[in-house]
Ligand binder design. Structure first.
Ligand code: GSH
Length: 231
């Protein structure tokens, strides 16, 4: 079976950092599938343009492109039905769609201002310049200004995770007794931060910290072994 995954890296090709690519990495591992990694940088748009995308992850299955982490998760679920389920049925798939939106807005969007100025330090000059220009245009501020209030911002971010703490009072994972794609959606954001920034997002006595530890250890410690900061 031929699977290849374009995933975002910076100067270190062995350090994939996109939160969306990590969702896909975890989903592939959950299905017991191995994909050849195709390290991709912001300046390499021409490599994925023929596959109809300007963004990663892009999965190639026998050279057929599948674009967008949510679409990829559904593709894997539907095309590898005999493998462990990512959603646990149609109800789970529907709820994961909501978690996907929450993951984009509250997790990726919530972490972004806490680590944004650390990201270019992981990139080669041309990629760093592109990242700075495109993100500063989007936010209308310098990256350093966005990140300047992170010591207070992280307090609000931790509060926003109360939904997870409530959930973990009665079940160890968002997916229930074992992790599923809903967990990987949220974990992708934390893994992104861990790879690019030394900033402490979670306190060690936080149940969300304990949950993240379990996912760092999942699949033989795949995410923990991937280069990152010890946060
Ligand atoms: N909704 C997409 C988002 C993908 C996305 O935004 N990927 C970023 C990397 S984290 C990207 O490729 N950005 C390219 C760019 O900014 O030019 C998904 O879930 O896959």
């Amino acid at each position: 079976m031929s699977l290849k995954l374009y995933e975002l890296v910076g100067t270190d090709a062995s350090r994939p950092f996109s939160p969306f690519c990590w969702r896909t990495r975890m989903a592939l591992a959950h299905k017991g599938l191995t994909a050849e990694s195709l390290p991709w940088r912001f300046s390499e748009k021409s490599a994925i343009a023929p596959h109809g995308s300007e963004r990663v992850p892009v999965l190639l299955h026998h050279d057929k492109p599948v674009v967008d982490s949510w679409t990829i998760a559904n593709y894997l679920e539907d095309n590898f039905p005999d493998r462990p389920s990512l959603f646990g049925g149609e109800g789970g798939r529907a709820m994961a769609r909501m978690i996907n939106a929450w993951g984009d807005i509250a997790i990726v969007g919530g972490i972004f201002p806490l680590i944004i100025a650390d990201i270019p330090k992981n990139l080669a000059d041309a990629d760093a310049a592109y990242f700075r220009q495109s993100r500063e245009a989007r936010f209308g501020k310098r990256l350093e200004e966005i990140m300047a209030s992170r010591d207070t911002g992280v307090v609000a971010f931790r509060k926003s995770l109360e939904v997870l703490r409530q959930t973990f009072k009665t079940q160890p994972f968002i997916g229930g007794s074992a992790p599923d794609y809903a967990d990987y959606i949220v974990f992708g954001g934390f893994q992104w931060a861990r790879v690019v920034s030394p900033f402490t997002l979670l306190e060690p006595d936080d149940p969300v910290y304990a949950w993240r530890e379990k996912l760092l250890d999942a699949f033989g410690g795949m995410a923990r072994k991937s280069p990152g900061y010890a946060v």
